[in-house]
Every structure is written in C-alpha cells, then in structure tokens.
Design a binder for this molecule. Sequence first.
Ligand SMILES: Nc1ncnc2c1ncn2[C@@H]1O[C@H](COP(=O)(O)OP(=O)(O)OP(=O)(O)O)[C@@H](O)[C@H]1O
Length: 258
Amino acid sequence: MPASDHSAVIRVRGLVTRFGAQTIHDGLDLDVRRGEVLGVVGGSGTGKSVLLKAIIGLVRPAAGSIEVLGEDTATLNDAERIGLQARWGVLFQDGALFSSMTVAENIQVPLKEHTTLDRATIAEVARIKIAMTGLPPDAGLKYPSELSGGMKKRAGLARALALDPEILFLDEPTAGLDPIGAAAFDDLIKGLQRSLGLTVFMVTHDLDSLRAICDRIAVLIDKRILVDTMEALRLLDQPWIREYFHGPRGRAALGAGA
Ligand SMILES: Nc1ncnc2c1ncn2[C@@H]1O[C@H](COP(=O)(O)OP(=O)(O)OP(=O)(O)O)[C@@H](O)[C@H]1O
C-alpha cells in the first residue's frame, strides 16, 4: 500500500469554536486517516456534533485550521467548496430526509445538484443506492413518514452515498434503533466502508458500535481530543474514560474482562 494511503484525509489543527461566551473547542488537533472508521465519543455537550459541523463547514471556527482531502476549508471559493462537499456524505441523526419527497427523490437531490447526469441515469443510481443500503426496491416510492426508524436511517445513508463520497460523516447513526437494528446498521456501515474504501467519521454513544466497527476512537475531553485504539484508551487513568469504558454499560459491551 503506498504511503499516501496512510495520510490524513481530515487534519484539524488548533481548532477553537465558540458560541457567544461559551468555548466548545480550544486548541483541538485531530487527524483522520484514509480508510479508517473513527468513532468520536465524549460526554453530552462536549462538542462532538459541533466538531462534525465545523469540519463540513456548517460551523465557522474562531481559530485554527481544518483541511479536508488536502483542501484548507477556510480558503475555498464557492465553486471549490461545492466541489469538496461532493466528496463527502453526511448522515444526520434523524436522517434529515425531505418529508415531501419520496426516498428515491431524496437520493436524487445531490445527483441533480452536483452532476449533469440525465434523468434515467439518476433514477438508476438511486435504485442502486437503495439496494446497497439493504432497502427493498419498493422503498424508493415511499415517503419518509411511511418508513420505520431503521429504514429512515438507511434511506439517509443511501442519500449520503449518492455521489460515491470518499468520506462518510455519521452523527449518532444507531441512536433510536433497537439492539438488533443497531447491530445490523453497524454491519452495513462496516461492509460499505470495506467495499467502497470509505473513511468514516462517526459520532456515537454506542459502545457496541465502537467495539464492532471502529479502528480508532477520538474522545472529546476538556475541549480537546485524545485519539487512540480502544485497547490503549481503556488503560488511561482519566475519570470520564474510566467511567465510560469500565462502568456497567462499558463492561457489558466490552465483555466481562473490561
Ligand atoms: N448553534 C448553536 N448555538 C449555540 N450553542 C450551540 C449551538 N450548537 C451547539 N451549541 C452548544 O455547543 C455545545 C456542544 O454541542 P454538541 O451538540 O456538539 O454536543 P455533543 O457532544 O454532540 O452532545 P450530545 O452527545 O448531547 O449530542 C453544547 O453546549 C451546545 O448547547
């Protein structure tokens, strides 16, 4: 494998984000490696979603730099920004589907926005994405209100994959799913990540997901990030990490030896 395959596809340096007087991140550094599944964890309100939004340009940093796929996101003009956005897909927590559109129409939105493909090809791509995410073929004709929670997530994932992105951002993908549905969704993400060579940035609270599919884990603590493998992080003597990995839920998810 060439050395460049190990290079960071997301490089955050000295990130500071603020809302009014509240500082969310203060000098945060993070590298996300090409082809890895990175799980992002941390206590409630520590800034996991804000970090995701800062990386995809929905929150403007007060200081620091964010490079995605080699592009410094602060210096892009509109055309460059749109070009970069086409190289990642995002699945927000609730799926964020347009309720007035069918699943197929939802998936077609980014294709219509970012490509010059004809209607028949766009419809065919949408059909492929529906199949890839394990939805039945007739799901394309359904409206979001007619879908179960798990199907909504799959439809959101199909839309996130519409443009064959290099990076997939997931915000709490298994939240609200029952354990069997969550495990199936984890399997789907891991399978797609492997077959498509995706880099996955996944905000989650779900210890089962972390164990099942993440290569490394980033922990938001004190407005910064600690990143390592789960095995290495679990050895750290840090109060939140101890509680998270060695508390009752951590022990249950990680096995009796945790
Ligand atoms: N648009 C906004 N305006 C003002 N404050 C915000 C905004 N977005 C987020 N915040 C604040 O930033 C902090 C971090 O929020 P964020 O949603 O990133 O937390 P989180 O770590 O994802 O939490 P959770 O696990 O509970 O979802 C919170 O205190 C939140 O209230």
